[in-house]
Each structure stands twice: as structure tokens, then as C-alpha cells.
Design a protein around this ligand. Structure first.
Ligand SMILES: [Zn+2]
Length: 241
């Protein structure tokens, strides 16, 4: 995801509410987080959810999996169906390592630029394919660029996948050094938040996934200092009581 592509998602007609999509404020701290905390990824206190988009990737995903194994963390990976087609073994390795898979779509398109029937086909194709290849049916859906249309919301409901965005991002797709990525993350990372990183550079600067890998140890130090655990969305967004 690069800024120009991000800017392509300008207005988000969401459940009848028009939200201006000008950057991380919408999903990090803006009205969405207060009005729709589950959609924004605000979960149980005491930890954060760690999520990776745009994979699987033959270089980035194994590097991220190795880093997560060293830290003893379990994360959620939002897979692109087109990437699963190219790298099915990499997709399977995510589940084999105990991580959770969600669906990011088959193609990486802004849903506001596509029809409702396109969204239904794209999401249905990706869900079926991820389940067939990995043996794990996606429970969560994150649209490309975090942009939801009325059609994508309907498709998600029909396919029984729950839309989840994020509350903190590192802009790791820019391929900047890890301290830069950490600085972005810490600006919006709070107890109960959801972190967005990428294990693939298929929509961003070549090799940008290295930024996500390199930031993880520093993120671990900061989370330990705050007494926050790391967990996948299945436990982060589990309803209590
Ligand atoms: Zn993406």
C-alpha cells in the first residue's frame, strides 16, 4: 500500500455513515474507534493484536514467521487470494506455525471503485481458496486500503467474515528504517489496539517487508515495558461473558 493508492480511498460510505478517509486518524483514533470499536480492531485490554497484510510472500512471510517464532508471538495474516495461488506452500506454512488467517480479498483493489457483485465474487473466491489451500476458513476480513463499501459489507455478511481494520500502523510499506516504523506505530498504539504491518511487498516498495521484520524486536521491548501481550484477533476480539 503506498500513499497514492491509499489516497484513492477518499470517502467511506459505511453503514450509512459518511467518513472521511484521510489517513490513519480514521482508523487509529478518530470517530470510528469510538463509534465502532470492534470494526476498528479495539479489543480486550491487556494486549494488542498483531496483523500482517498482503501475503503470502516467498521472501517476506518466512522472515516474519521466523521473527514471530523467536518472540513466541501468534499473529493474524490477512491473505490475498492472488498470492495464495502463487505461493500455496507459504500460505500453508502460516497455519502450520499456529497463526490465524483472515481474508484480504483475491485482488488488491479499492472496493469503492468496484461493483457490489465484483466484491461478492472477489471475496467469495478468496475465502474458498484460502480454506481449500490452508484448511483454515477465514473468520476476519480486512479490505484493501481499509476501504469498505456497502457491497463489501454485504459480501462479508453473506460469507460470514467479520470486517476488522486497525488502530495503529507503521507505514512499513514505505520501506523506511525500523526506528521510523516504530515511531509511527507508537504514535497510535494503545492498550487493546490492533497493529497493521505487511509480510509482503506485492503492493508496496520492493523489500518493504524487511521494515516489518526489523521493527518486531523493538516493538517487543516497548510492549513488555507497558505490560501488554501480543495475540491473534481470535482471542483479541473474543467476546467476554
Ligand atoms: Zn493490502
Amino acid at each position: 500500500m503506498n500513499p497514492r493508492r491509499w489516497a484513492a480511498g477518499v470517502a467511506v460510505p459505511l453503514l450509512g455513515v459518511a467518513l472521511v478517509h484521510g489517513g490513519p486518524a480514521l482508523t487509529a483514533r478518530g470517530p470510528l474507534r469510538r463509534a465502532m470499536p470492534r470494526l476498528s480492531g479495539q479489543g480486550q485490554p491487556g494486549g494488542v493484536a498483531l496483523t500482517f497484510d498482503d501475503g503470502p510472500d516467498p521472501a517476506g512471510t518466512p522472515a516474519v514467521l521466523d521473527a514471530l517464532a523467536r518472540l513466541g508471538w501468534t499473529a493474524t495474516f490477512f491473505l490475498l487470494g492472488s498470492q495464495v495461488d502463487r505461493y500455496p506452500e507459504v500460505a500453508r506454512s502460516i497455519v502450520a506455525a499456529g497463526h490465524e488467517v483472515g481474508v484480504h480479498g483475491y485482488e488488491h483493489h479499492n472496493h469503492l471503485t468496484r461493483s457490489s457483485s465484483w466484491a461478492r465474487r472477489d471475496l467469495g473466491r478468496a475465502c474458498g481458496q484460502i480454506a481449500a489451500v490452508t484448511g483454515s476458513r477465514p473468520r476476519w476480513f480486512r479490505p484493501p486500503y481499509g476501504v469498505l463499501s456497502a457491497g463489501s459489507l454485504r459480501a462479508a455478511a453473506q460469507l460470514d467474515v467479520t470486517p476488522v481494520l486497525w488502530t495503529a500502523w507503521g507505514r512499513d510499506w514505505e520501506g523506511r528504517p525500523a526506528d521510523h516504523v516504530l515511531g509511527h506505530l507508537l504514535r497510535s498504539l494503545d492498550d487493546g489496539g490492533t497493529v497493521l504491518l505487511h509480510d509482503s511487498d506485492c503492493t508496496s516498495r520492493p523489500g518493504a517487508w524487511r521494515s516489518a521484520v526489523e521493527v518486531l524486536p523493538a516493538l517487543a521491548t516497548e510492549l513488555e515495558r507497558r505490560g501488554l501481550a501480543v495475540r491473534p484477533l481470535r482471542s483479541h476480539l473474543a467476546r467476554s461473558g
